[in-house]
Ligand binder design. Structure first.
Ligand SMILES: O=c1ccn([C@@H]2O[C@H](COP(=O)(O)O)[C@@H](O)[C@H]2O)c(=O)[nH]1
Length: 278
């Protein structure tokens, strides 16, 4: 069985370093002429899958926008995940799960067990109950070739107060997360399956990402103000591991399928200009 890191490495080589989010904001549904209900949600998601599922390396549904419609919204999420998997893109569910270990084991079953209706290639996880509490996710991911992206330095300004606080040994909280994920990826080839979320908005924070050897998901591009050129400042010598992530910047181009594809191509070209020479 191929690891998630291996599958991601191949997908990026074939399709380019790009993750596009499915974030059906109420404002985007209105902009696309869709109703702010489950029917609008389903139509929105289908259009994104049709436009990008066969072209983009990774598609990242944002669970919150599906959950807000209750069980019918989660049902749309399940079918969107299925459609994406059939179209060939890797599915990264942005759901930021984290809890005590025994509950994390249930989250792991929900998202990383191939028999689950919400089975995805990878999910986002929160380390604020301790990175060790996420162990059941790491274990199930390793068993089934899945991936986990752990929040390290998030793109929102509020994150810094927690993530850049100093621990007893002088490292920041974020650096302890970075170092633990680096340990998990040791020896993995061609790329580890355990990634980090590092916002493209954060500037040069002096954190050392050089040993991570796993994918670095970079949200915050476009709508949150960061540009592809900012990736160089944030990631420095770790640029080759960066997976740039855009949601609204691309989704604003919809609902026209050709326009969505053109927007994804444009941001990919911008990212390649920075990452290409990395
Ligand atoms: O640090 C983080 C972690 C996750 N996100 C998520 O990414 C997208 C960003 O959407 P844009 O429209 O491109 O701003 C969204 O789903 C966030 O929840 C993040 O922005 N920052």
């Amino acid at each position: 069985m191929e690891s998630f890191g291996g599958r991601l490495h191949r997908a990026v080589a074939e399709r380019g370093p790009l993750c596009v989010g499915i974030d059906p904001h109420p404002g985007l549904l209105a902009r696309w002429g869709l109703s702010d209900d489950v029917n609008g949600l389903e139509r929105f998601s289908r259009i994104v899958v049709e436009a990008l599922g066969e072209r983009v390396a990774v598609v990242k549904p944002q669970s919150a926008f599906f959950e807000r419609f209750g069980s019918r919204g989660v049902s749309v999420l399940e079918s969107t995940i299925r459609q994406l998997r059939n179209s060939g893109s890797l599915v990264l569910l942005d759901v930021k799960r984290g809890d005590i270990g025994s509950t994390v084991a249930a989250y792991a079953s929900a998202y990383l067990d191939p028999s689950s209706p919400l089975y995805v290639d990878a999910l986002t996880a929160s380390p604020y109950l301790g990175v060790g509490s996420l162990a059941p996710m790491f274990e199930l991911a390793a068993t089934h070739g899945g991936g986990v992206f752990v929040l390290a330095l998030t793109s929102n300004p509020e994150g810094a107060a927690v993530q850049r606080a100093r621990t007893a040994d002088g490292r920041t909280v974020a650096q302890t997360v970075i170092d633990e994920i680096a340990q998990l990826n040791r020896g993995a080839e061609p790329l580890g399956s355990f990634g980090l979320v590092v916002g493209a908005t954060i500037g040069d924070t002096g954190h050392d990402l050089s040993a991570v050897h796993g994918p670095l998901l970079a949200p915050g591009l476009g709508a949150q103000g960061a540009t592809a050129a900012d990736l160089r400042t944030v990631f420095g010598s770790s640029l080759p591991s960066v997976l740039p992530s855009y949601s609204r910047e691309v989704l604003h181009a919809g609902p026209d399928v050709a326009a969505l594809r053109a927007a994804a191509d444009r941001v990919l070209t911008e990212c390649r200009a920075t990452l290409g020479g990395a």
